[in-house]
Design a protein around this ligand. Structure first.
Ligand SMILES: NC(=O)c1ccc[n+]([C@@H]2O[C@H](COP(=O)([O-])OP(=O)(O)OC[C@H]3O[C@@H](n4cnc5c(N)ncnc54)[C@H](O)[C@@H]3O)[C@@H](O)[C@H]2O)c1
Length: 315
C-alpha cells in the first residue's frame, strides 16, 4: 500500500514514517510525505528516510488544492497528521488553527474523493471531548472542546464523518491521549521541561499542578494508527490511550529525579486559560482490534529524557 503522510516532518508523523520504512507495518510499501515545514516541521526529523527508494517528500500546504491533488496521485490511503498542535498558541491566535486544522482537512477530503482514495485516516485528539473529572470517555461521548485547538480538531472530526455519511468515503478517526517520545518540538511539556532543567532553569507548572494527562508513547500511538488503518471499520472512531495517568506535578517531579536534580527546580505559575483538568480515554474498542500499549512508562520516559539530553548536548 502506498500512503500519503501529511505533517510527516513533525513529531508523531516522523515517528510513524520511521516505523513504516523499517517494516513495522507489513501492508505499507511506500510513503510520500507532504509537509509545509512550519516552525514545528523539520527535514532533520526525516533524515533516516532520504535516499530510501520507498520514500518521497513534497514541501507544501494541505490547504493548497493544487499541491494536494498532485500529492495524492497513485496513493491508496491518506494519513493526516498535519495540524497546528500547540494549545497555548491557539489561545494567543487561533487563525492558523482554523485554516490548517479545518480548511486543510476539507481540501484533503475533496482530493480523496476525486482521486478515489481507498481510506482516509484522521489523526485527532482526546481533547475534542473536553475535560472529565472521573471515569473515561468512550467514542460515543459528545464533543465538548474547550480550547480553540481542540475546537478546530473537533470541527475536522465532524467534517470527516460527514464525508463518510454523505459521500461514502472510507474514513477512520483516531483520538489519542498525550504523546511522548523523541523529536517533539521543544515548546511541548516534556522537551520544554527537560531543556530548562538541563540549563539549570526552573520549570513552570500551571496552576496547582493537579491537571491529569494520560501519557502514550509515540510508538504505541503509531502502532494503534497502523492497526486502525488496516483493520478499522469505515466510518468508525478509535480512542488510543497509553495507560499512564499522571498529574503535571508528578510528571515534573519524575523529570527532575531522572536528571538527578532537586525538587526546588519546580515553580508554580498562573494557570493556562480554560485549562482542562483531566483527559482520560476508554480504549477498549481499539483493544478489541488487538491494540495494547507496549512501552512501559518508566522505560519510555527514561529513553525520552536521554534523547533530549543528547540532542541538547549536540546543539
Ligand atoms: N502530540 C500530541 O501529544 C498529540 C496528542 C493528540 C493528537 N495529536 C495530533 O497528532 C497530529 C500530529 O501531532 P504532532 O505532535 O506530531 O504535531 P507537530 O506540531 O509536531 O507536527 C505537525 C506537522 O504538521 C505540519 N503542518 C502544519 N501545518 C501544515 C499545513 N498547513 N500543511 C502541511 N503541513 C503542515 C508541520 O510542519 C509539522 O511537521 C496532529 O494532528 C495533532 O493534533 C497530537
Amino acid at each position: 500500500m502506498k500512503i500519503l503522510v501529511t505533517g510527516g516532518a513533525g513529531f508523531i508523523g516522523s515517528n510513524f514514517v520511521e516505523m513504516a520504512l523499517r517494516g513495522d507495518f507489513a501492508d505499507i510499501s511506500e510513503v510520500v510525505v507532504l509537509d509545509k515545514l512550519t516552525y514545528a516541521g523539520k527535514l532533520e526529523n526525516l533524515k533516516f528516510a532520504f535516499g530510501n527508494p520507498s520514500f518521497s517528500f513534497i514541501q507544501g500546504d494541505i490547504c493548497d488544492a493544487v499541491v494536494v491533488s498532485k500529492a495524492v496521485e497513485g496513493v491508496d490511503a491518506i494519513l493526516n497528521f498535519a495540524a497546528e498542535s500547540h494549545v497555548d498558541r491557539s489561545i494567543e491566535d487561533s487563525s492558523e488553527f482554523v485554516r490548517t486544522n479545518i480548511l486543510g482537512v476539507q481540501v484533503l477530503l475533496e482530493a480523496s474523493l476525486k482521486a478515489g482514495i481507498k481510506r482516509f485516516l484522521q489523526v485527532s485528539t482526546d481533547e475534542v471531548y473536553g475535560t472529565i473529572d472521573t471515569g473515561s470517555w468512550n467514542e460515543a461521548e459528545p464533543l465538548l472542546p474547550n480550547s480553540p485547538y481542540a475546537a478546530s480538531k473537533a470541527a475536522a472530526d465532524l467534517l470527516v464523518r460527514s464525508y463518510f455519511r454523505t459521500h461514502k468515503l472510507d474514513v477512520v478517526i483516531t483520538r489519542c491521549s498525550n504523546n511522548y517520545g523523541p523529536r517533539q518540538y521543544p515548546e511541548k511539556l516534556i522537551p520544554f521541561f527537560v531543556s530548562r532543567l538541563v540549563k539549570g532553569e526552573k520549570v513552570p507548572i500551571y496552576g496547582d499542578g493537579m491537571n491529569v494527562r494520560d501519557w502514550l508513547h509515540v510508538e504505541d500511538h503509531c502502532r494503534g494508527i497502523a492497526l486502525v488503518l488496516s483493520r478499522g471499520i469505515a466510518g468508525e472512531i478509535y480512542n488510543i490511550g497509553g495507560g499512564t495517568e499522571l498529574t503535571n506535578i508528578s510528571l515534573a517531579t519524575k523529570l527532575v529525579k531522572l536528571l538527578g536534580l532537586k525538587t526546588g527546580s519546580i515553580e508554580y505559575v498562573a494557570d493556562r486559560k480554560g485549562h482542562d483538568l483531566r483527559y482520560s480515554v476508554d480504549w477498549s474498542k481499539i483493544a478489541s482490534l488487538g491494540y495494547s500499549p507496549l512501552k512501559e512508562w518508566d522505560v519510555g520516559i527514561a529513553e525520552t529524557v536521554e534523547s533530549y539530553r543528547e540532542a541538547l548536548k549536540n546543539g
